[in-house]
Design a protein around this ligand. Structure first.
Ligand code: THU
Length: 139
């Protein structure tokens, strides 16, 4: 069964932690992994505007640091937008760990407004075959 409601709540809670000092546009995101874990994140801005990063990126970093790699569902929420879609860069970052079938729940302040797939959000995505073998260690 879809965990859309749980993901929405986790994203909304994360949004409360946003450091959106410059845009005043707090965003929250939450990821559900194939192991059933939920990782959430907020956007984090800084005085050098382009160096800030998105809520989805924070959530992805939490997931990777916890040793998980597969996303099955995502929720994104922004209190100031009736329906937020992930930015282009985040679509590519989500694609790294999802599949075209990964569900992306687009939310407003009350809950899920629309559910789309990652394949719909990022058709014909850029892809590289991962290199085989162990990563080489630098001297
Ligand atoms: N933002 C996100 O956190 N996720 C998105 O998918 C779109 C944009 C953030 C970045 C920036 O802190 C603020 O929203 C305004 O662009």
């Amino acid at each position: 069964m879809s965990k859309a409601r749980d993901l929405f709540k986790a994203a909304q809670k994360a949004m409360a932690s946003a450091h959106a000092t410059y845009s005043k546009f707090p965003v929250g995101a939450a990821l559900l992994t194939d192991k059933g874990t939920i990782f959430a994140g907020c956007n984090v801005e800084n005085a050098s505007y382009p160096e800030g990063w998105c809520a989805e990126t924070t959530a992805l970093a939490h997931m990777v640091m916890a040793g998980e790699r597969r996303i099955v569902e995502v929720a994104v929420v922004a209190s100031k937008m009736p329906l937020i879609t992930p930015c282009g860069g985040c679509r590519q970052r989500l694609k790294e760990f999802g599949t075209p079938k990964t569900l992306v729940h687009l939310c407003d302040a009350k809950g899920v407004v629309e559910t789309v797939t990652l394949g719909e959000l990022l058709p014909r995505a850029f892809d590289l075959k991962p290199k085989k073998g162990r990563p080489r260690r630098r001297a």
